[in-house]
Every structure is written in structure tokens, then in C-alpha cells.
Design a protein around this ligand. Sequence first.
Ligand code: NI
Length: 179
Amino acid sequence: MSLLKVARMGHPVLRKTARRLEPTELRTAPLQKLIDDMMETMAEYSGIGLAGPQVHEPLRMFVAGIESDDGRLKVIPFINPEIEPAGDVMEEDWEGCLSIPDIRGRVPRHRDIVVRALDRRGKSFEMALHGFPARVVQHETDHLDGVLFLDRMESFTSLAFLDEYGRFWARDGGEDDAL
Ligand code: NI
């Protein structure tokens, strides 16, 4: 496995619409290696999610740490994800992004979603998510459409550098991991 270079805001790859993956393509060694490398890169930089375009691969895929019912964090690859809001409730909370280092801001997101995707073997699965994991999946899916969390903010008044976020806002229920 190897660490991948993370694209930062301003790199055009982050603003492209990523293309869907064919199941046959998914089952190839380079794609399987890319998934492993994305998991390793996400862990190295203490991320909780990492999308293809963030590692210069404009493909509709991301990896994300999703907490299961027993409280354990499992890193799951999502290929060709489609999300659907489940209900109208919007919630605002803190987000960061590995492509926008050391910045945090409050972003409104759907509290509840259903995500449908392919797993790394090309098998389809569906997951109902609530709260923070739903936020992570919405943030990562946005990356596949060239959207960054700043685009989703209703106001920039909450924007903070990581140090100041830690000093003044971290106890406000926010999660520290970048997406
Ligand atoms: Ni991000």
C-alpha cells in the first residue's frame, strides 16, 4: 500500500464531476489497490472520509469511517453512491475537509439519509444513516460532484482556523476529524 497525495482547494480536480465506475473496472487490481491506498491515506491524515477526486482520481467513490451500532468504527468503501434524504430535518454542525486543511465551519445537512452504493466487490448495498455518519456521506458525495463544504455554508461567520476552533468551539459538539 502507499500514501496518496491529497489535492487541496484550488486544484481543478476538486471541481470536476467524477465519473461512475463499471463493476468490471472495480474488480481490477489497480482499483482494489486504489481503495486500499485511500483507506491508508485517510488514516494517515486522521480523516473520517476521503473521496476519489481528493486523491486526483475523478471517480465516483469514497471511503468513510462509519460507526456501527456497537460503537465500532468501520472504514467502508462506497462506489457509485446515490443518496436520498429521509425526511426534511436539517441540522447544522461543524465540518472540516482534508482538501481545506486546518479550517472548520458550520454546514447544514440532512439529518437522515439513505445511501445506496456498490461495495468493493461490486455488490450493491443500502444503508440508513443518522447524524454524523449521514453528514460524512453527504460531504463525500458532494466531492464527487465538485462541491466543497464551503459551498454549502449558509454564512461564513462560523469559519474558524483549527486552533481557534479547538480553543473556542470544539466543546460545541463538533467532531475533530476532517472529511
Ligand atoms: Ni472533504
